[in-house]
Design a protein around this ligand. Structure first.
Ligand code: THU
Length: 132
């Protein structure tokens, strides 16, 4: 199949998806998080035999980025092979809000489908540090 996208961020999310460790669900997800300065940090879901210790692609990308000193983010691309594009789960929405604020979220699949959202649309009334 011809490559569906040319944007580096979307290609990075699709490529990261290929590294998913998903022997239990077989549901592979990739994420690519872009800093305001341009650097891209990728992640894939990493499952565990206990199930509960599984971590999603989005959180892997955020934690990798934060651990490398990144703090200001522009957008994240999330790739899964679903016709109805896969959004970040509730736990990932909380983590994305904490570290990235109301960032742009680009959902894609390997067949060229794409949708652009803002985190605020998926997570309208977040709990955060402003309540503490
Ligand atoms: N998963 C993600 O990595 N990101 C999402 O946005 C949705 C779900 C993973 C977790 C688990 O490994 C598999 O997909 C099925 O839930």
């Amino acid at each position: 199949m011809a490559q569906a996208f040319t944007e580096p961020l979307l290609l990075a999310a699709l490529a990261a998806r290929e590294h998913a460790h998903a022997p239990f669900s077989k549901f592979k997800v990739g994420a690519a998080l872009q800093e305001t300065e341009g650097r891209i940090h990728t992640g894939c879901n990493v499952e565990n035999a206990t199930y509960g210790l599984t971590i999603c692609a989005e959180r892997v990308a955020v934690f990798k980025a934060v651990s490398e000193g990144a703090r200001r983010f522009l957008r994240i691309a999330v790739a899964a092979d679903t016709e109805s594009l896969t959004p970040p789960c509730g736990a990932c929405r909380q983590i994305l809000w904490e570290f990235c604020g109301n960032l742009e979220i680009v959902l894609v699949n390997p067949h060229g489908r794409k949708e652009v959202l803002r985190l605020e649309e998926l997570f309208p009334r977040p709990f955060d540090v402003s309540y503490l």
